[in-house]
Design a protein around this ligand. Structure first.
Ligand code: NOJ
Length: 560
């Protein structure tokens, strides 16, 4: 392996940054963010150091699910700009070394999409089989299969006009597409091909298990579609043919053994990357307990994946912080620690909060959590505003509480727009996490700010490809509150130590295969620790302390 491999398999050491165009920066002053605004802030993102920008849906939409209910897969929402504005954004980003990926939401359409309008017009419509229908009234209870139990109690909805029921795993206004229909598959490929021609580098694929699900699809239609995973592999290979290095970053919130199939098993020919939902949930359990063992155990259970594939690590995203993979008592522990008020909870399974308020604004603990996330073997993904420690606005309904406008300055509307506050797409956060206290302008000139710290983490992560590529080992040590892990990629090696508890401690480390005279050089602060002749060292950790220690051998030539 050579360092140049990191340029070919770029996603293995990328830093992903997710934003919603409509809440990032409003450049034309109409209260809604736009492509021109994001383009204006590309240099901010470049300075932060991110390398892959994930744009949440920007397509024409009925806007009942924040853009995840699309009415035209080829269009752009005119409130955000034009195709031309998007291309300018993609091009400017590329110039600054940032690739752009976009949300591919093809499990369903909006019920206002012309395909569905045509499909429901009559049973004989040529678009009828674009969706999944059943004639008989569903007598089985499917309330446990709906994704949004606050709104829906069945995955089937009666269409009055034709008297049949259509499938929807999400809201009833989001009918599921029928991927067993080759015409639908052709359309999906065409949609991908279209955006790829505009210069994007791949897709964040929405709701992959549902997209591949064969629920309700008639046997006759399943012919020629025996294994949905072959279809996912076909999409990946199509992407490869069109771009060479495009990626599919999938949303697959399933247990690890299931996720492995979505990577394409040993062949690794399906999703390029997947978010590590299981790891994230156990990380929160560990934070709540101040005990690193749930996370350590989970990392130990992570399946081995094809070397070209990658896990995406994250703390928060645009949805609720789902805790659905934890046991009931474990989930309750996280609720008690980080969201005891029922108004902070959602669907009985998650929290509609951002990280810093969950940690009571404790700067040291917040930094430790980000340091830990960036040090996990994989590719880190940030949600806009995390880098400055934004909070949520619980006055905004449901999952949207974390999708408030980006806070650029202490000025009116947090500098997001010049429009009157009443015209904003969503209200800004008020209180201690509001723009007067948390904003980019203040933090960018402050070396001690969270923004400066996250930028440092990104720099060090990028300089340490062993974090993205390595085999890793959890190091034995006596403190339950501490996670120490050793990442090695040939002669590149880093040991990360995180203290999830508030108690200070000294951590004895024992590394194997170290050369005599090697040192542990601290990458986040100054200082170095000598390793003894058999690879031992003691590392002092503050409460909620974090350390990234590069293993430097006497002849080593790496920058440390
Ligand atoms: C998952 C997305 O993350 C969520 O925001 C959306 O509502 C559903 N898929 C439906 O598209």
């Amino acid at each position: 392996m050579r360092i140049s491999d990191t340029a070919d398999l770029w996603w293995k050491t990328a830093v992903v940054y997710c934003l919603d165009v409509e809440t990032f920066l409003d450049w034309d002053g109409d209260g809604v963010g736009d492509f021109a605004g994001v383009t204006e802030r590309i240099d901010y993102l470049a300075e932060l150091g991110i390398t892959c920008l994930w744009l949440m849906p920007f397509y024409p939409t009925a806007n009942r699910d924040d853009g995840y209910d699309i009415t035209d897969f080829y269009g752009v929402d005119p409130r955000l700009g034009t195709h031309g504005d998007l291309v300018e954004l993609v091009r400017t980003a590329r110039d600054r070394g940032i690739r752009v990926i976009v949300d591919l939401v093809v499990n369903h359409t909006s019920d206002k999409h012309p395909w569905f309008k045509a499909a429901r017009a009559s049973k004989g419509s040529s678009f009828r089989d674009f969706y999944v229908w059943r004639a008989e009234k569903p007598d089985d209870d499917t309330s446990d299969q709906v994704v949004f139990p606050d709104q829906e109690d069945s995955i089937w909805e009666l269409d009055e006009r034709t008297g049949e029921y259509y499938l929807h795993r999400f809201y009833k206004h989001q009918p599921d597409l029928n991927v067993a229909n080759p015409k639908v598959r052709d359309e999906i490929a065409k949609v991908m091909g279209f955006w790829l021609e505009l210069g994007i580098s791949g897709f964040r694929v929405d709701a992959v298990p549902f997209l591949l699900g064969l629920e309700g699809i008639a046997d006759s239609q399943k012919e020629g579609f025996a294994d949905p995973h072959d279809y996912l592999a076909a999409l990946r290979s199509f992407l490869g043919r069109r771009t060479g290095d495009g990626i599919l970053l999938g949303e697959v919130n399933l247990p690890y053994r299931e996720q492995k199939k979505f990577f394409g098993g040993r062949d690794g020919d399906e999703l390029t990357m997947m978010f590590d939902f299981v790891g994230m949930q156990n990380l929160f359990l560990s934070l709540a307990r101040e005990d690193a063992r749930p996370l350590a155990r989970t990392l130990g259970r992570r399946p081995t994946i094809n070397p070209d594939a990658q896990w995406a690590s994250f703390l928060r995203n645009h949805d609720e912080l789902t805790l659905d993979k934890l046991g009931e008592d474990e989930r309750q522990e996280v609720f008690d620690a980080f969201g005891p008020d029922p108004d902070m909870q959602l669907f009985g399974r998650g929290l509609r909060r951002r990280l810093p308020p969950m940690l009571d604004g404790d700067p040291r603990r917040t930094r430790m959590a980000y340091s830990l996330m960036f040090s996990l073997p994989g590719t880190p993904a940030l949600f806009y505003g995390e880098e400055i420690g934004m909070g949520e606005n619980l006055d905004i309904e449901g999952r949207m509480a974390v999708r408030s406008p980006m806070q650029w300055s202490a000025e009116r509307n947090g500098g997001f727009t010049t429009a009157a506050p009443s015209r904003l797409r969503r209200p800004v956060v008020a209180g201690p996490f509001g723009p007067e206290h948390v904003n980019v302008a203040d933090q960018r000139t402050e070396p001690g700010s969270l923004l400066s710290f996250v930028a440092l983490l990104i720099r060090r992560y990028r300089e340490s490809p062993e974090l993205g590529w390595a085999d890793f080992t959890i190091l034995e040590q006596p403190h339950h509150g501490v996670l120490a892990h050793d990442c090695r990629w040939e002669d590149r090696r880093m040991v990360a130590v995180h203290n999830l508890s508030s108690d200070r401690c000294t951590v004895p480390l024992q590394l194997t295969d170290t050369e005599p005279g090697s040192r542990l050089v601290d990458l986040l602060q100054t200082g170095a620790t000598e390793l003894d002749a058999v690879g031992r060292a003691e590392v002092a950790m503050d409460g909620y302390g974090y350390r990234w220690l590069r293993v430097v051998s006497p002849e080593g030539r790496r920058l440390a």
